[in-house]
Design a protein around this ligand. Structure first.
Ligand SMILES: CC(C)(COP(=O)(O)OP(=O)(O)OC[C@H]1O[C@@H](n2cnc3c(N)ncnc32)[C@H](O)[C@@H]1OP(=O)(O)O)[C@@H](O)C(=O)NCCC(=O)NCCS
Length: 198
């Protein structure tokens, strides 16, 4: 998913601030670490901006297809909770004490019955299953919201994202244009999803 230019630095608020909304759910990663998942709320833009500012330039390139994304605008978009164009789903992964944001995933309307997914996981927490848990959560939410299909735009060198989508067990069809891999995943009936460990 693309975004425009010019980052700025803003101190993130503590992740422990009560965001309101439903309480978090607890999940256990394959290494035994517990994490919390909760829905994104409109007040989360500073928290999400902090996460985007802390990841490496390469992680931002993989997320936004440019190293110079406007992170404040991207975080504001990630925190949107209105359903103007269709249901928007956002989820944050937090440390077990709620004090640290470890990842974020979202699902935004992308045409009739279709939503686009995107993620970022904090540096130092990759390849521990957080992205998989976020994706499983979004798949369930997208089905419940009535979406028939998910799409993802992935750079061809983004092996972790490609593996994550493949390992989800969802059927995929992919095309590549202008150097971006467009992956379409129909949401059939619910089946046990990899990473759906509550
Ligand atoms: C893509 C991204 C979100 C994946 O998040 P992640 O938390 O690292 O993903 P996971 O750990 O769930 O899975 C990725 C791979 O890590 C490995 N992995 C997962 N759990 C693991 C574990 N316990 N031990 C070892 N490896 C593990 C696996 O190889 C897995 O691939 P698999 O599904 O084939 O098993 C993350 O790498 C990221 O933030 N990248 C930068 C931004 C980006 O690319 N966003 C996506 C663009 S839309």
């Amino acid at each position: 998913m693309k975004a425009a230019a010019v980052p700025r630095a803003t101190p993130p608020p503590p992740a422990t601030d009560d965001p309101g909304g439903p309480p978090p759910s607890c999940h256990t990663l394959p290494d035994g670490q517990a994490i919390l998942l909760r829905d994104v709320t409109p007040g989360d833009a500073p928290l999400l901006l902090g996460l985007l500012e802390r990841v490496t330039g390469d992680a931002r390139r993989l997320r936004f297809f440019t190293g110079g994304a406007n992170l404040a605008a991207a975080a504001a978009l990630e925190a949107r909770c209105d359903d103007t164009d269709g249901p928007r789903l956002g989820v944050v992964a937090l440390s077990a004490d709620g004090g640290e944001v470890l990842g974020h995933g979202m699902c935004v309307p992308a045409g009739a019955g279709t939503a686009e997914v995107a993620f970022e996981v904090a540096d130092g927490y990759h390849r521990r299953g957080i992205g998989t848990v976020l994706f499983a959560h979004l798949v369930g939410g997208a089905r419940a919201a009535g979406y028939a299909e998910l799409v993802a735009e992935v750079l061809p060198d983004n092996r972790d994202m490609r593996d994550l989508l493949t390992a989800s067990g969802l059927a995929q069809t992919a095309t590549t244009s202008e150097g971006i891999r467009h992956v379409r995943m129909p949401l059939g009936p619910a089946a046990p999803e990899r990473g759906a460990r509550a």
